[in-house]
Ligand binder design. Structure first.
Ligand code: IPM
Ligand code: MG
Length: 360
């Protein structure tokens, strides 16, 4: 790779603040990487009349990887038509437009944060990955509309064998590098799409005889995650279930502000392009106040270095620095216990940078 190009999409709410910290880290550990910002979300809608300007999508297509902050906020909650809403016309269109159907969300507790987990004691030491199907299901199915003067609403959940197969393969490949257990989550006792999901995953599993497969209903999975999350290794599930369960899994590790994510093309063996973003969203209530936790975005940048740029050493340097800063007791507000002091977004960025520099 000559000079890698990373498109940076700060977006809305806390997006610009957390992305700014991740950019500082990237400039430090990979100074040759070119970072170019482009608008997305509500910010792009206000400035250019569309939440995903053609120029932004083009820039992403031409780059080696994309780093995104977050999109959306109360200012744009009632935007009409719906296809111009930052989430739908911005983020979802970006994921779809780039063909990123496999979303990887690793939830791993940093030992120093065990006390921040809502679970008691060792139960909070989670190490699992949610593999979420990202460009299908009820998020994209047609029709989606209001009927009968707005008094009835329809969304459509639709899945094809191909869509299920490709995300299932991502999960099995990932399990091979971990503890070799795939939990496929569905609602097969009610939904037809879930029955197709289950059948298809069963078939794919035949190609991975060294990986154990189990099926779990989504309500049971939500319960098992708070009861005994340590039993999970790789969870693979459809778009909407994955959205819900990944927030739950993130919180088990101490804060939603800790969960990074990578959205990849399912042909992960031939393509390394990816979109990296924190799973937490735009948090408009704390935007612009230097209160947000930048770690999920910084860890997303580490995933970018490893998976898209092939720079494992730089990725590890970032991850180790995050760990040491937490070991030193530094906490943003979301991680601090009641009465415990906390630091701001930029100060957390400073501390992580300092750790990286002092360990070279
Ligand atoms: C996420 C977010 C998005 C989603 C929203 C912002 C559309 O919650 O990445 O999990 O639902 O996918
Ligand atoms: Mg979500």
């Amino acid at each position: 790779m000559a000079r890698p190009l990373v498109t940076v999409l700060p977006g809305d709410g806390i997006g610009p603040e957390v992305v700014a910290q991740a950019e500082r880290i990237l400039r430090c550990v990979a100074p040759d990487v070119e970072l170019v910002r482009h608008p997305i979300g509500g910010a792009a809608l206000d400035a250019f009349g569309h939440p995903l300007p053609e120029s932004t999508l083009d820039a992403c297509r031409k780059s080696d990887a994309v780093l995104l902050g977050a999109v959306g906020g109360p200012k744009w909650d009632n935007v009409q038509p719906v296809r111009l809403r930052p989430e739908i016309g911005g983020l979802l269109a970006l994921r779809k437009g780039l063909g990123l159907s496999a979303n990887i969300r690793p939830a791993k507790t940093f030992p120093a944060l065990l006390a921040a987990s809502p679970l008691k004691g060792e139960a909070g030491l989670v190490d699992l990955v949610v593999v979420r199907e990202l460009t299908g299901g009820i998020y994209f199915g047609q029709p989606r509309e209001r009927r009968e003067q707005g008094r009835v609403a329809v969304d459509t959940c639709i899945y094809s064998v191909e869509e299920i197969e490709s995300v299932a393969r991502v999960a099995f490949r990932m399990a091979r590098q971990r503890r070799r257990l795939v939990t496929s989550v569905d609602k097969a006792n009610v939904l037809e799409t879930s029955r197709l999901w289950r059948e298809t995953v069963e078939r794919v599993a035949e190609d991975y005889p060294d990986v154990r497969l189990e099926h779990m209903l989504v309500d049971n999975c939500a319960m098992q995650l708070v009861r005994n999350p340590r039993r999970f290794d790789v969870i693979v599930t459809e778009n909407l279930f994955g959205d819900v369960l990944s927030d739950e899994a993130a919180m088990l590790t101490g804060s939603l502000g800790m969960l990074p994510s990578a959205s990849l093309r399912p042909d992960g063996e031939t393509s390394t392009f990816g979109l990296y973003e924190p799973a937490h969203g735009s948090a408009p209530d704390i935007a612009g106040q230097n209160l947000a936790n930048p770690i999920a975005t910084i860890l997303s940048a580490a995933m970018l270095l490893r998976l898209s740029l092939g720079r494992s050493d730089a990725a590890e340097a970032v991850e180790r620095a995050v760990e040491r800063v937490l070991d030193r007791g530094l906490r943003t507000r979301d991680l601090a216990a009641e009465g415990e002091p906390s630091i701001g977004t930029a100060e957390m960025g400073d501390a992580i940078l300092q750790e990286i520099r002092s360990n070279r």
